[in-house]
Ligand binder design. Structure first.
Ligand code: SF4
Length: 356
């Protein structure tokens, strides 16, 4: 996947600790109860998000990547308060998202929006798309009918469609056009923070780059802060300032984009990167094939959650304790955008055990 939009902004990529992040996540957990039997008793919990810390700075795009079931979409839904966490905190512009109610919550609902993978399911098939896009304006009582129609027309043009498309129905559009409508719907309230949950995964490859470029342009034009979720590191490469890799409910590694792609530390990130084809046939990359499937989040492995699949796991260390997300050696430990990894051997305190 190649997107040809300009590179991520250097300002955002080097966001420093002086500014308080727009989004601050600490110790976030989300457990879903598993019910079984006639009486639907709770017999266990799926740990979808298992203690995540994450800062997202103003104007920054953070790519969040991981395999299906790693908890990335659940994390996205927690950040827009479609779900309430089991534990932990989310601060948006200094406000406690979980505690917000009344007027404060209404304002947060304007400021925080989500772009879904399947925009068709969030559009009313019996209503012209203009009505669906204007829904947020109606809910928040912004403008009269005429002003709302004007704003919808402007937004349609902003996402590369025409004003008269507002009168058409969802089934009259292609997949790429529907995603543009989904983006218009999310941006009509001029939010400050957007969670884009696999917004190009359902699109043809030829259309993916167009939608990625559009998102990048809109992010810069509207000064948006974005969490961009994808299951593929290639998709987020050209759109992200920083990239976080999730594995089984935890952040395995996070770094500025160039650092992560050039010098990944976590064995899981290295395996994901090794699967991305290189355009230049003279260059070769050794493919790291992981053994086995992702373990069940209902019963995650002890110690490092990645140890049953890790090619360099150290017995007695990796299966004994869960590594914390730590700043890797040589990085500025005071920076909230420093390269971090959760690996006993590649970050932090067990360097002497590194077998490589
Ligand atoms: Fe592999 Fe051990 Fe590092 Fe986990 S802690 S990623 S098992 S080396």
């Amino acid at each position: 996947m190649t997107a040809t939009a300009g590179d991520p902004s250097p300002d955002a990529a080097t966001a420093e600790t002086g500014d308080e992040p727009l989004v601050q996540v600490r110790g976030l957990r989300m457990d879903f109860p598993v019910k079984s039997g006639l009486l639907r008793r709770t017999t266990g919990h799926v740990q979808a998000v298992a203690g995540v810390d994450l800062d997202i700075h103003r104007g920054e795009t953070v790519g969040l990547v991981g395999e299906s079931g790693c908890g990335k979409s659940t994390l996205g839904r927690l950040l827009v308060r479609l779900l309430d966490p089991t534990e932990g905190s989310i601060r948006f512009d200094g406000l406690d998202l979980a505690a917000a109610e009344g007027k404060q919550l209404k304002q947060i609902r304007r400021d925080v929006q989500m772009i879904f993978q399947d925009p068709f399911s969030s559009l009313d098939p019996r209503a012209p798309v203009g009505d669906s896009i204007a829904e947020g304006l109606r809910i928040h009582g912004i403008g009269d009918r005429k002003a709302q129609t004007r704003q919808v027309g402007e937004m349609l043009e902003l996402v590369g469609l025409r004003q008269d498309h507002a009168r058409r129905f969802p089934h009259e559009f292609s997949g790429g056009q529907r995603q543009r409508i989904g983006i218009a719907r999310a941006l009509i309230l001029r939010p400050r923070f957007v969670v884009a949950d696999e917004p190009v995964s359902a699109l043809d490859v030829s259309v993916q780059a167009q939608v990625l470029n559009l998102l990048r342009e809109l992010q810069q034009q509207l000064d948006l802060t974005v969490l961009f979720i994808a299951h593929n590191l290639a998709v987020v490469e050209h759109i992200s300032d920083r990239v976080a890799v999730m594995y089984l409910g935890e952040v395995a590694e996070i770094a500025e984009r160039i650092t992560l792609y050039r010098d990944p530390k976590h064995p899981y990130t290295q395996a994901l990167l090794s699967a991305i084809p290189i355009a230049d046939p003279s260059l070769r990359r050794k493919r790291i094939v992981l053994q086995g499937d992702v373990p069940s989040p209902l019963n995650p492995p002890s110690g490092c959650r990645f140890h049953p699949r890790c090619p360099i796991a150290a017995p007695g260390v990796c299966d004994a304790s869960d590594p914390e997300l730590r700043v890797v050696d040589g990085e500025d430990r005071s920076s909230s955008t420093a390269h971090q990894a959760s690996c006993h051997l590649r970050a932090g305190d067990h360097q002497h055990l590194d077998p490589s």
